[in-house]
Design a protein around this ligand. Structure first.
Ligand SMILES: [Zn+2]
Length: 308
């Protein structure tokens, strides 16, 4: 066994032990025990009763199915950390988190991260906080940059096999990254795997990109904007997974004007990515066979220059 796989095995073992410990401590100080079945029972101690009310109101047919889904969140910065928290509180089955960054005090102007977490890897900090909030959720975290060759392959493998039931693909990939390279890596991986994914991004309107790119200058870092984007993203995730409402192909929010434009984006039939062209063909065939089907996957690379 090479040292990389030994390392991976040891990390896995540590995680198992941490999970066992968390279970042991469940119900103890400040923590709750795991819940096997989501109950609609209206009691103050049922963390899912408000969510299960969506069933009684006739909005969602089977809310409890939420715990059967796996979502990969790539990038757990301003948008991704809050996205992961919302999904955790909703009772998602499993979260895969990818990020190579560390928590720094500069991140605290946004939401989620706390000063005492400075120095921890972001994925580790997110996992610790969220496991405490909801021990029913399974976590798999990867503290690396998905754009390097080795990591990209590992990333593809975990998207393909890291589902709630090991060996099954994840249900959805969420792109919450802040740079073009990572965005393209997710795009490439998902097109190759035929994996549905959703993009998110924050851009500053009317600000010169060069100013925006200068480190430390980011007009889009308001905690309000980040939470709005995460909220819109998770709303789309819930609608997509639990099959209710309408999932827009593209939904924007103009913070300066309070305007929510929606639109369909057409893929580029001459795209350089052969897998993108293949997905376009498959989509056309699927659409021809099932004219009513709604497909949410965004097949075109939507280029958000920077989301800080
Ligand atoms: Zn393309």
């Amino acid at each position: 066994m090479d040292s990389a796989s030994l390392m991976e095995e040891l990390q896995l073992r540590v995680r198992e032990l941490e999970e066992a410990l968390a279970r042991e401590q469940g119900g103890g100080q400040g923590q709750r025990a795991r819940i096997k079945l989501m109950s609609p029972e209206v009691t103050d101690s049922n963390p899912y009763s408000r969510l299960m009310a969506l069933k009684r109101m006739g909005i969602v047919k089977h809310y409890e199915k939420i715990c059967t889904f796996t979502v990969a969140v790539v990038g757990v910065g301003g948008v991704g950390s809050v996205t992961a928290e919302m999904l955790t509180r909703c009772g998602i089955g499993k979260l895969l988190l990818f990020d190579y960054d560390k928590v720094e005090l500069v991140n605290v102007n946004r939401l989620f991260f706390q000063p005492h977490q400075a120095g921890l890897s972001k994925v580790q900090a997110v996992e610790h906080t969220l496991r405490n909030i909801n021990p029913d959720v399974q976590f798999e975290v990867h503290n690396y940059n998905i754009t390097t060759v080795d990591n990209f392959q590992h990333f593809m493998d975990r998207i393909s096999y890291g589902g709630l039931e090991e060996g099954k693909p994840v249900d959805l990939v969420l792109s919450c990254v802040d740079n073009f390279e990572a965005r393209m890596a997710i795009n490439t991986a998902c097109n190759e795997l035929g994996q549905t994914w959703m993009e998110s991004g924050v851009i500053a309107a009317n600000i010169d990109e060069k100013t925006l790119k200068r480190k430390g200058v980011c007009a889009t870092s308001l905690p309000t904007t980040m939470r709005l984007v995460a909220g819109i993203l998770v709303q789309s995730v819930l609608k997509f997974l639990l099959n209710f409402g309408t999932v827009s192909y593209h939904l924007g929010y103009s913070a300066m004007q309070d305007f929510f434009p929606t639109m369909a984006m057409k893929p580029n039939p001459q795209c350089n990515d052969k897998n993108c062209r293949k997905q376009q063909e498959e989509y056309k065939e699927k659409k021809a066979a099932q004219p009513k089907q709604v497909v949410v996957e965004q097949e075109e690379e939507i280029v958000h220059e920077d989301n800080g």
